[in-house]
Design a protein around this ligand. Sequence first.
Ligand code: FEO
Length: 395
Amino acid sequence: MHEVREIAKNVFWVGVRDWDRRLFDSLIPLPYGTTYNAYLVKGLGKVALIDTVNPGFEGELKAKLEQVGGIEQIDYLIMNHAEPDHAGSIPFVLKENKKAKLVLTEKGAKMAKALYRAPEDRMMIVKHGDTLDLVGRTLQFIEAPFLHWPETMFTYLREDRILFPCDFFGAHHAGGDFARDVKELLPLAQKYYGEIMMPFSKSGKSGIAKLEGLEIRMIAPSHGPIWDDPEPIMAAYLSWTAQETKQKVTIVFVTMWQATKALVDRMVQTLSSEDVEVRVYNLPISDIAAIAGDLVDSRAIVLGSPTVLGGLHPQALYAASLVKVLKPPAKFAAVLSSYGWGGGAVKQALEILGPTNIEAVGAVDVNGYPTPEDLKKVEELGKLLAGKVKAQPPG
Ligand code: FEO
């Protein structure tokens, strides 16, 4: 028997747990694996499958569906999102079941054609506010673009007040059934938000606004455990999508001969003495997801890097580029650098930060190991940064 869970009467979790997955998008570490959640909703007359699973798990999905009535009973296959971790098994389901309609947004239809060669005559395009009657149960569709791709939508099961938002409100963890089963789920959800949703914070805010007026009893995302109490994750998402920040600074650095580290250490000491929360990541040994998670609510970023071949160390260049694309809500930045015979790292860092909304508060660039005077400059910069961080309102 495969694991199937009835999360409400005749609403079944038929997803899979992928404990072995260690990387997402060839970028994001998954220390606890992840799940690809799919849900079978049975009405009195019709049956819908909401999302599918990552390619490679088709057999497991089919076996689970067999336990709750079989793959051939599905009338509607709802595609909330076209990314392969949720939609990759659509060709399999459509092949096994010749009658099911693929329900998706207009943009979703284009993607389903391009990615899965889904036939047009099997598609049913829905718009924001459309409903689907399963007899005794109603699915309502909420277009929520860019959460995470342009075609995304949420599905709301009216009678049971369950929201199926696909990636939104998700977390990467293969364990647990409900949120209460996974300790530290909220920090994991914050990491996930930083990695996946932070570049789309404005879309997130719009997506949440579209939920206004809907009573939500349960949030069943497509990654990680189900939020049977939606309050904690909803409160967190309201804050994150509003880009609220704390009196918190994330420092990311790389050092080769400890000169940059000496600058970073003094910065940490100064910020901490000013009662500012500090998170420090030594880039070559750090988890990018953890950094992304801390950037969700940090008010400032400090980048530390030696000059290597006239510019940033490649690890720092990578981090700076990530900051640019992840669009964290940080308001301020500072740069710490050391060089042997010619600078360049600070200039390159400021060039990358230039087009962002982040104000470069200052930089300390030292030749060789920092002197007591250099460290004094770091202290001054730290105090200036702390003052700005503390004076800035959260939103
Ligand atoms: Fe979990 Fe954007 O796919």
